[in-house]
Design a protein around this ligand. Structure first.
Ligand SMILES: *[C@@H]1O[C@H](CO)[C@@H](O)[C@H](O)[C@H]1NC(C)=O
Length: 205
């Protein structure tokens, strides 16, 4: 029995698995903070929800942040572009249809890898993606990709009421604000984020 649990421990160690966090097992470890593109892609690939901020049409243009689920692809095959499944019954989609400017804010904290440090501590990575929140054209190839990406990570979306007319949206990224260490935000362009050098994404196997 002891040998079995020791072997299990060894396996966990070797495969780089982390402790299960809120019922989920993390399969990829955090990239080196010096690698901004890999860290940002890791935050987007590993998080399943975040705060999506729009310019509120109901509140006179005040910034309005809403908790949303998202996906950038199948597990371990993230492409970096966040897709959403939203209904215009909710303010976020309604706002985007009037003014596409939006940002998505993510933290490393929910992934469990920050340990006991405070979420605002710069070594607990955080990312704000700013750009345009656009509707993905119904039944397009991209809509099929979005559907697969979202429904795989969020299975209950399949059951959400048809009458609410959920549609796929994506954030077209124009700016990245990444803090993953002391010394201020890491310079990172959308191009570097979307097309990082392959060896920078070694964590994505
Ligand atoms: C796309 O689908 C949504 C949800 O069913 C619907 O509300 C919308 O009118 C459709 N858009 C077009 C252009 O057909």
């Amino acid at each position: 029995m002891e040998i079995v649990s020791f072997l299990a421990f060894l396996c966990i160690l070797i495969m780089g698995f982390q402790e299960p966090v809120h019922g989920r097992l993390l399969s990829v470890s955090k990239p080196n903070p010096g690698n901004a593109a890999a860290t940002a892609r890791w935050l987007v690939a590993e998080n399943s929800w975040g705060v999506l901020n729009t310019i509120s049409s109901e509140l006179n243009g005040a910034p309005f942040g809403n908790v949303v689920s998202f996906s950038d692809g199948l597990p371990n095959e993230g492409k970096g572009i966040p897709y959403f499944y939203l209904t215009a019954l909710d303010p976020t989609a309604k706002d985007a249809m009037k003014d596409e400017r939006a940002s998505l804010t993510l933290s490393e904290y929910p992934l469990g890898t920050c340990g006991k440090i405070d979420p605002e501590n710069p070594t607990c990575a955080k990312l704000t993606l700013t750009g345009k929140l656009k509707i993905v054209e119904n039944k397009s190839e991209e809509a099929q990709f979005a559907q697969k990406a979202l429904f795989t990570k969020h299975p209950e979306m399949k059951e959400w009421p048809k009458s609410h007319k959920f549609q796929f949206f994506k954030l077209e990224i124009e700016n990245l604000f990444l803090i993953d260490w002391f010394g201020g935000p890491k310079p990172l362009t959308p191009e570097e984020y979307l097309h990082p050098k392959m060896n920078n994404l070694h964590w994505m196997q």
